[in-house]
Design a protein around this ligand. Structure first.
Ligand SMILES: Nc1nc2c(c(=O)[nH]1)N[C@H]1C(S)=C(S)[C@@H](COP(=O)(O)OP(=O)(O)OC[C@H]3O[C@@H](n4cnc5c(=O)[nH]c(N)nc54)[C@H](O)[C@@H]3O)O[C@H]1N2
Ligand SMILES: Nc1nc2c(c(=O)[nH]1)N[C@H]1C(S)=C(S)[C@@H](COP(=O)(O)OP(=O)(O)OC[C@H]3O[C@@H](n4cnc5c(=O)[nH]c(N)nc54)[C@H](O)[C@@H]3O)O[C@H]1N2
Ligand code: SF4
Ligand SMILES: [Mo]
Length: 834
């Protein structure tokens, strides 16, 4: 690859750094002349994005020079607060601002730290997310997790020690994509994945099937678009699993026997049948025709199918349990739920199995691996639902059936960071479940200490959408405190948490809000004090966040001097910590969250700058010679993952095929609730994913005749926080899907609605208004709302279309996946012309 020139002939320079216009930190080179940024391009010497840069990355220059940036610390002078109310901020000095914040938070900390809500969300500074724990509070006041990853990350960690997952761009030939923009519009490392996907399609003719209620960009470019009813993807998948098990009878038996617990014998109660003496799970050896412990070296063949009676107990292999459980999930029955025809399910299932080439192998760097070039990829749309854990489990099941998990061409685990997949031996010959890669699991407590009740989601991520409900209804779970202040850092809870009326009420009740941001947004507009952060072109951080295919950090570094009187957000938080008396706790936290080794550990009683912390982090990960200075000179340590890092990485431990572990966790949870005399529904903690009729989305009364979905999976959008950038505004203003509420032609005709009509959209939980946009490319029973029309901030560039989707969602426990904390992200609505 060509080396990036650091100086051009004219004397101006190109500086290498990392992008932060979304979380993924692509390598960039920035042209700077006389201290002014002229252009941002992708860095061809960064193996992550290979010189590519998406529209968001291109537009960073306009974010940097946005005249509306917060330029100094400011204090609110308008005591009135509300959506669109001018805060009348006045500049104050850093010392004064920090003193006000420090004094207020110190008081709260000494009285009851749980009275502070914390919303810290910067994915490129994940090490700061736990700051609340250092302060003494565990509340998670936002929705990162429950809107997108709650039914995703913990399950990935449980399943194969990963944090995320993606199909293998290098070898996959048949790619089913469900409710996620990978390779086209969003999700993991867009700039690189677009290139990888394009290469796969052009060079290998990769076939793509897109499954989405609307024709998202990945569906428009796919070989086939399968429109589907929201929240029913599991029915579609299980219909195909039925075809594989009962009609095609073709699956990768060798993979299931060798690498999973599919052959472990299961008792009628769903739990492992164990050897009396050793307590090890047993399997059936079909050659010797008897049960043996799973690791008995004399096993000649692991049985997957059949029924056995041992000591009077009826047992069957996990595989057989799955097969039996799904015997009524016929394509005909599933079709009635998801509205995909049985014929389509049968055809796609057949193609999938054929393309998976079960039994074939491939040589990579001298080692032979199974070769399974067909896989299902997915994200938020597929699993962002009540029972999202079961949605995820169904997809993993179909992938596992063809043996494509973590093998060339298949469905690969993606790590959160340089640790890649966390592979440790667990119990019973299994890989150790790692559901808590973001932060350690929170022990059971009653009453709960966190307003999101993470104590009750041992296999989940913080359901931040429960915070506001619990503040407003403390009696339901016995909360004996009331938050009075919030610290908001790189976050927009008022805009992003569902159940908007509840969130609004909480904002009204908060007495004091401090924000660390670069701009005003719907939430920071309510702040009493704003402390301006440097932006990404002025600051330093080592970044690496859920990269498919590669690993290694890239250094973000200042390419110009800060434009204004801002400071690095990390240092601001350190100063606040010192003033409110939790500096030692912060240092302890950072040692853990920045992977700092004992020899570089931050010590109590001292303040460390973010640069010192980054230096210690780099040395801890890469060795003494690769500290901050090395990265300042060399920019990145990104390299392709080695085959042994991503293929068959489990070091002899089996992965879960039959999820006995979930039954175990549910039993423990039930015991804990029984002990405190409360009830909790664990009926969705299942070892086998099934379609469950008790889905509150589909039970919303028939007068709400349409489903409503929301999407952000478009290359130019980062959530929608960047619609305040003129280039992005221009782009979205010219693309029809961001011009109004998407309604199918037939549906619009039946309701007498035309493009441009003002319509009301009403769910059982809230009502909004918007302009209709009539299109063909959406399921007739669904309306679609782009995130780009959902905002109302005071920023002068924003379009303020304010079709606030989160107003339509309930923000409560009833619409929450109790196995993961994921909220139901779709709803049902009725619409009418105004
Ligand atoms: N470009 C870009 N990349 C991003 C982000 C970004 O904002 N922009 N954000 C990052 C973050 S935090 C996240 S969470 C991810 C989000 O990445 P994605 O999951 O890709 O994004 P979404 O747009 O939320 O949802 C994806 C798709 O799901 C569809 N969908 C909605 N409901 C359903 C359903 O019930 N079934 C099916 N099959 N599809 C459904 C929507 O129409 C949409 O096309 O991307 C990350 N990367
Ligand atoms: N309706 C609806 N709601 C959603 C979603 C959806 O698809 N639809 N998606 C959900 C998902 S998946 C997620 S992850 C969450 C995301 O929720 P948030 O994490 O709240 O995400 P953003 O809206 O990107 O808000 C981040 C804010 O950070 C600020 N910011 C930007 N750059 C910097 C910086 O350099 N320093 C500092 N200090 N601040 C900065 C900006 O003001 C921006 O508004 O939202 C969820 N909410
Ligand atoms: S994918 Fe994200 S990090 Fe990469 S260029 Fe685009 S906005 Fe920047
Ligand atoms: Mo997200």
């Amino acid at each position: 690859m060509a080396k990036v020139a650091t100086h051009t002939k004219s004397g101006d320079k190109w500086v290498r750094s990392a992008c932060k216009m979304c979380l993924h930190g692509c390598g960039i080179k920035v042209r700077v002349k006389d201290g002014v940024i002229l252009k941002i391009e992708g860095d061809p010497d960064n193996a992550n994005n290979m010189g590519k840069l998406c529209p968001k990355g291109q537009s960073g220059i306009m974010r940097h020079y946005d005249p509306n940036r917060i330029k100094t610390p400011v204090r609110r002078t308008n005591p009135q607060k509300g959506p669109g109310v001018d805060p009348k901020w006045e500049p104050i000095s850093w010392n004064e601002a920090l003193d006000i914040v420090g004094k207020r938070l110190k008081k709260i900390r000494s009285e009851d730290p749980r009275k502070l809500l914390v919303a810290i969300n910067d994915f490129q500074r994940i090490h700061l997310w736990g700051w609340g724990a250092a302060f003494g509070t565990g509340h998670y006041f936002n929705t990162v997790g429950q809107f997108c990853g709650a039914a995703y990350h913990p399950f990935c960690g449980f399943f194969d020690g990963s944090f995320a997952c993606a199909n293998d761009y290098k070898y996959c030939n048949y790619w089913i994509q469900i409710g996620g923009g990978d390779g086209f519009g969003a999700h993991l490392h867009l700039s690189g994945s677009i290139k990888r996907m394009a290469d796969a399609r052009v060079n290998r003719g990769l076939k793509l099937i897109g499954v989405d209620p609307r024709m998202a960009s990945y569906c428009a470019k796919a070989d086939e678009w399968v429109p589907i009813i929201p929240g029913t993807d599991r029915a579609f998948i299980l219909g195909m699993v039925y075809v594989i098990l009962y009609e095609l009878d073709r699956y990768d038996a060798e993979f299931i026997k060798k690498y999973t617990n599919g052959p472990y014998l299961i008792k009628p109660d769903g739990r492992y049948f164990r050897d009396k003496e050793t307590q090890k799970p047993m399997v059936w050896d079909s050659v010797d025709n008897r049960a043996k412990v799973y690791d008995d070296p004399t096993i000649k063949d692991f049985t997957l199918e059949g029924y056995f009676k041992i000591d009077g107990i009826k047992v069957r292999p996990g595989f057989q349990v799955i097969k039996d459980t799904l015997k009524d999930h016929t394509p005909e029955r599933m079709s009635k739920i998801c509205d995909v025809s049985p014929g389509t399910m049968r055809r796609i299932a057949r193609e999938f199995v054929e393309e998976a080439r079960i039994g074939s192998t491939i040589m990579i760097e001298g080692k032979e691996y199974p070769y399974r070039p067909a896989a299902i990829n997915f994200y938020r749309g597929a699993i962002g639902h009540y029972d999202g854990t079961l949605d995820h489990a169904a997809i993993k099941l179909m992938n596992s059936l063809v043996g494509n998990i973590d093998v060339p061409g298949g469905h690969l685990g993606v790590g959160l960071d340089h640790r890649l997949l966390i592979v440790e031996p667990g119990e019973d010959g299994m890989l150790k479940p790692q559901p808590h890669i973001l932060h350690p699991g929170v022990p059971f407590a009653y009453p709960p200490q966190t307003l999101q009740m993470i104590e009750y989601f041992p296999m989940g991520l913080d359901p931040g959408h429960l915070v506001c409900h619990n503040i407003l209804h403390p009696e339901e779970w016995g909360f004996d405190f009331k938050p009075e202040a919030a610290l908001i850092f790189h976050s927009n809870p008022l805009k992003n948490i569902n159940g908007y009326p509840k969130v609004l009420e909480v904002f009204k009740q908060l007495e004091f809000i401090v924000a660390i941001d670069i701009l005003a947004n719907e939430s920071t507009e309510w702040a009493d004090i704003i402390l301006p952060d440097h932006d990404y072109l002025e600051s330093t951080m080592l970044t690496l966040c859920e990269p498919p295919e590669v690993t290694g950090h890239t250094l973000r570094k200042p390419v110009v001097e800060p434009l204004y009187d801002s400071r690095d957000g990390h240092d601001i938080l350190t100063d606040i910590s010192e003033r409110c008396g939790c500096l030692n706790e912060l240092n302890g936290l950072l040692n853990f969250t920045m992977f700092i080794k004992p020899e570089y550990a931050l010590k109590p009683g001292r303040k460390y700058s973010h640069l010192e912390c980054i230096d210690r982090m780099a040395k801890s990960i890469y060795g003494e010679h690769m500290g901050l200075k090395w990265f300042q000179e060399n920019n990145n340590a990104v390299r392709p993952q080695k085959p042994e890092e991503c293929y068959l990485p489990w070091k002899g431990n089996r992965i879960s095929f039959y999820h006995e572990y979930f039954l175990q966790v549910a039993e423990e949870l039930q015991e804990q609730f029984r002990a405190v005399g409360r009830e909790w529904d664990t009926s969705s903690y299942l070892a086998v994913p099934v379609w469950r009729e008790e889905h509150p989305l589909h039970k919303i009364p028939g007068e709400y005749d349409l489903y409503a979905i929301n999407f952000k999976a478009e290359a130019m959008l980062n959530h929608c926080e960047n619609t305040t950038i003129p280039w992005i505004k221009e782009l979205v203003s010219n693309i029809p899907i961001h011009k109004g509420v998407l309604i199918n032609t037939k549906t619009a005709q039946a309701k007498g609605i035309k493009t441009g009509d003002r319509i009301s959209i009403e769910s059982p939980f809230g009502k909004v208004e918007g302009l209709a946009r009539v299109i063909e490319e959406i399921h007739p029973r669904v309306i679609g709302i782009s995130n780009a029309i959902t905002r109302w901030t005071i920023h002068p560039v924003e379009r303020k279309m304010n079709v606030n989707f989160n107003h339509l969602l309930p923000g409560n426990l009833e619409f929450t996946d109790l196995a993961s904390g994921h909220q139901e992200t779709a709803t049902k609505v009725r619409i009418s012309k105004i």
